[in-house]
Ligand binder design. Structure first.
Ligand code: NAD
Ligand code: MG
Length: 392
């Protein structure tokens, strides 16, 4: 029986994870669930999965959740705050941690799970983008097993040899990172300048949280994934090619020096990578329908348009620059996406805010978690001030 802590249980990945877990009560049990704002949903999840512990952000939310749980006769114990998140991520009873908090808020609890040597199911790509060097070092030191949940990285992981360590010795020439192109594929910058948050969040193939949906629309998501892939698979950005594939059936590919290209295919449903990582190296039923190639008929591919989607170019540049540049890109992007969702800036201004922040700050080599968080704060302060300037 694997005991699981699920950080970010109320989100899109959290809900899909609980769906898979519920299909296999003989294999998995829930130790702790965390959530931020949706307390009713979290209370129902605690009840349905008999979680031992629940973690929310502050004492007010904790009191409210306790009230809801008591009313339902549920015995889940409620904790709050960042230390509590770290506690449930590293507790002795826990085998596996699903890291599915969105954004920089996931960094500290995910690292706590890594340092405790847990099996990590990593959805929170932002933590790897911000602190890749420290993160991978901690994985090595603790012997933690790191399994990617991002569908593209999970696909690449599945297409790599079991004993994979180094691209060159494994005969790998390239990683081909799939991108759907998002809701604005084929659009120009000027066509995108007036789109609304709801338009940006209406992804053609995937149903996801609002932050990653906006990132998918700007292709910043692909940029973050490029950096994520560099750390996960120990390759440079020059060894990764982004391939726009609008059907989202091929989730990514690995090209070998003998001309072979291995791909992982499946319906666009996050329960597949989640089930893969939960059961790895075994396989379990994910509740996902069989792929019907006859219904799909065609698979298409195109090059990404870096002019229309400058966020992807910025991420390529940052991946080359390394140091704390990725943390700065990520911090500025989180501020810009929130400002767009709050309708304070336009969609195409997201890239402008991130670009200005990157050119306005100098890069350093972050050698501690504190240094990473300082870079993140610097980026947030700069981009917040820049947004205030363009608003006035
Ligand atoms: P979501 O917005 O649906 O859910 C986010 C979760 O994080 C919620 O449970 C929320 O309560 C929690 N949370 C938000 N802010 C928090 C804070 N400050 N402190 C503590 N908890 C907080 O997001 P999602 O779509 O489920 O994405 C989660 C992560 O997985 C992201 O990093 C995203 O990039 C990654 N991911 C998601 C998908 C997908 O299909 N949704 C695919 C690949 C990767
Ligand atoms: Mg992805």
């Amino acid at each position: 029986m694997q005991q699981i802590t699920l950080l970010g249980a109320t989100g899109s990945i959290g809900v899909s994870t609980l769906d898979v877990i519920a299909r296999h009560p003989d294999k998995y049990s829930v130790y702790a669930l965390s959530g931020n704002l949706q307390l009713e949903k979290l209370a129902l999840q605690c009840q349905a999965h008999q979680a031992k512990l629940a973690v929310v952000s502050d004492s007010v939310a904790a009191a409210k959740l306790e009230g809801l749980l008591q009313g339902a006769g549920c015995t889940t114990e409620v904790l709050y705050g960042i230390d509590a998140l770290c506690q449930v991520a590293s507790a002795d009873d826990v085998d596996t941690v699903m890291a599915a908090i969105v954004g920089a808020a996931g960094l500290v609890p995910t690292l706590a799970a890594v340092s405790a040597g847990k099996k990590i199911l990593l959805a929170n790509k932002e933590s790897l983008v911000m602190a890749g060097g420290l993160f991978m070092q901690a994985v090595k030191e603790s012997g933690s097993v790191l399994l990617p949940i991002d569908s593209e990285h999970n696909a690449i992981f599945q297409c790599l040899p079991n004993d994979y360590e180094q691209a060159q010795s494994a005969g790998i020439s390239k990683l081909l990172l799939s991108a759907s192109g998002g809701p604005f594929r084929g659009w120009s910058q000027s066509e995108m300048s007036t789109v609304t948050p709801d338009q940006a969040c209406a992804h053609p193939n995937w149903s996801m949280g609002r932050k990653i949906s906006v990132d998918s629309a700007s292709l910043m998501n692909k940029g973050l994934e490029l950096i994520e892939a560099c750390w996960l698979f120990d390759v440079g950005p020059a060894q990764i090619e982004v391939v726009v594939h609008p059907q989202s059936i091929i989730h990514s590919l690995v090209q070998y020096i003998d001309g072979s290209v291995l791909a992982q295919l499946g319906n666009p449903d996050m329960r597949t990578p989640i089930a893969h990582a939960l059961a790895w190296p075994q396989r379990i039923d994910a509740g996902v329908a069989d792929l019907n190639l006859f219904e799909i008929g065609q698979l298409n591919f195109e090059k990404p348009d870096l002019e229309a989607f400058p966020c992807l170019q910025l991420a390529f540049d940052v991946a080359q620059a390394a140091g704390d540049a990725p943390a700065i890109l990520n911090g500025a992007n989180e501020i810009a996406v929130q400002a767009f969702l709050d309708q304070r800036i336009g969609f195409t201004q997201i890239a402008q805010v991130v670009g200005e922040t990157l050119s306005g700050l100098s890069f350093t080599e972050p050698e501690s978690l504190d240094a990473v968080q300082e870079s993140d704060s610097k980026a947030r302060a700069f981009s917040t001030a820049y947004i205030a300037e363009i608003e006035s």
